[in-house]
Ligand binder design. Structure first.
Ligand SMILES: *[C@@H]1O[C@H](CO)[C@@H](O)[C@H](O)[C@H]1NC(C)=O
Ligand SMILES: *[C@@H]1O[C@H](CO)[C@@H](O)[C@H](O)[C@H]1NC(C)=O
Ligand SMILES: *[C@@H]1O[C@H](CO)[C@@H](O)[C@H](O)[C@H]1NC(C)=O
Ligand SMILES: *[C@@H]1O[C@H](CO)[C@@H](O)[C@H](O)[C@H]1NC(C)=O
Length: 401
């Protein structure tokens, strides 16, 4: 909290000559009820419009504590006149409970933020996607008339520059907890993302097309990737993440259906992954073009992870046309350093690279993975990976020593 307000205060002090005012807009003043029953979307949109159009340097949208606001699918659009639009999330927000309440909206998102520069969301509140209806009933047969079959992402940030998210909790999304697309300069810190380990496709944070994003000191326990970094992302820093259950921290999948995808400058440090399905993974499809490069995993701890370290240039789930092709995403300059922990399966390390494009400058240094059951063995598997492995166990045969 202190850090967050300090940032806002410093930012208002270092812009002398401008109105350094903060103007507040409480959703209750715009007709929100907060009884968990009334549709508060119209009131939130009115309050948002007022805050967004305010000429003050910082405009603050207050969502008060001790109340629960039911919102239908809603898009909060910018650009705003205020330089910082700060949502003080003290109360709770809940999603519609049934799928049919999503019909008639042209969005695959419950709460969307688009084109907002300087958006900050902070507070002790909870965002509850109430997604269990979507998890239990896969899309088979005829969906309700007009209803979409694809579960909505809980919160999306599209083209949001200077985004700050801090302190709040997101639970039980229908699909991902949050996605960032085409955002620049974001800091996400001290948040909690929670869903059952069995809930399908509930990624924690999906980052795509975004640059200069930091995710710090957060707790993610969910049903799919804790953090997934996909096409068009660069300068991504992830530190202090506790992940599990979930599928770990993933880069990709890249190159789906022959796409040209690029990911570069990703740094993952000081993270603990507990009982995740995979650990740290880079996955690319055959037939794609582009590259994933300058990726570092440092000081990572695995606790009974299923497949701790994976590079997979043959990624192809749920599809039959998995032929090897001449093109692939190039993977290079990937470093694993100071990695310790236990593997639940015997497959501790799997570096599976394509024979035409391959993986180059793969560096493992001080990587020690032991079986979670004492006395068992763990193995590494390595195909067309080039680079060097020092102080590494299990040893990785295709890398130099
Ligand atoms: C926002 O910042 C810009 C540039 O820093 C400045 O020109 C503008 O006046 C500021 N707007 C407000 C409402 O403070
Ligand atoms: C590492 O991450 C944990 C949270 O998992 C945090 O408490 C700790 O301060 C971090 N350590 C460093 C050196 O950043
Ligand atoms: C693709 O190539 C890899 C490595 O040579 C091999 O293990 C795999 O069986 C091949 N897959 C197909 C579908 O040919
Ligand atoms: C390693 O990954 C490749 C590519 O997904 C897969 O075909 C292979 O079975 C894996 N090997 C092990 C030992 O898990």
């Amino acid at each position: 909290m202190e850090f967050f307000f300090t940032v806002l205060i410093i930012l208002s002090v270092i812009t002398p000559g401008l109105s350094s005012t903060t103007t507040s807009f409480n959703v209750l003043q715009y007709g929100a009820v907060g009884n968990g029953q009334t549709n508060d979307s119209p009131a939130f949109l009115k309050a948002w419009k007022a805050a967004c159009q305010s000429n003050s340097h910082i405009s603050r949208l207050i969502i008060p504590a001790k109340r629960t606001f039911l919102l239908k699918p809603t898009t909060f659009s910018g650009p705003c006149k205020s330089n910082y639009t700060y949502i003080q999330l003290s109360g709770n927000i809940i999603a519609p409970k049934t799928k049919s309440e999503y019909s008639g909206f042209h969005t695959n998102t419950w709460l969307g933020f688009s084109f907002v520069n300087g958006l900050a969301i902070s507070g002790k509140g909870t965002i509850d996607g109430r997604g269990s209806a979507w998890w239990q009933q896969p899309c088979v047969g005829n969906p309700l008339p007009g209803a979409t079959c694809r579960p909505p992402t809980a919160v999306t940030f599209n083209r949001c520059n200077r985004l700050q998210l801090k302190g709040y909790t997101s639970i039980n999304p229908a699909r991902s907890h949050m996605t960032l697309t085409s955002c620049k300069k974001g800091i996400i810190s001290n948040i909690r993302l929670i869903a059952p380990g069995t809930s399908p496709n509930t990624d924690g944070i999906d980052i795509s097309g975004s640059t200069d994003i930091q995710v710090l000191n957060s707790f993610i326990a969910t049903g799919d990737d804790c953090i997934a970094i996909s096409a068009g992302s660069s300068k991504i820093k992830i530190t202090g993440i506790t992940c599990g259950p979930g599928h770990g921290i993933s880069i990709g999948s890249l190159g789906t259906r022959g796409e040209t995808d690029i990911v570069e400058d990703v740094h993952v440090e000081n993270c603990t992954l507990t009982e995740t399905l995979t650990g740290v993974r880079i996955k690319t499809w055959q037939g794609g073009a582009g590259y994933a490069r300058r990726i570092t995993f440092e000081k990572i701890r695995f606790v009974r992870a299923n497949n701790p370290i994976i590079i997979d240039q043959f990624y192809c789930p749920h599809r039959s046309d998995c032929q090897n092709q001449t093109r692939a995403i190039k993977i290079s300059d990937v470093t694993y350093k100071g990695i310790v922990g236990t593997s639940l399966t015997d497959k501790a390390i799997n570096l599976s690279c394509d024979q035409n494009v391959g993986c180059s400058n793969i560096v493992l240094d001080h990587v020690y993975i032991t079986p979670s059951v004492p006395g068992q063995k763990v193995f590494s598997y390595c195909h067309n990976a080039h680079g060097i492995a020092t102080h590494t166990k299990p040893s990785v045969k295709c890398l130099l020593k």
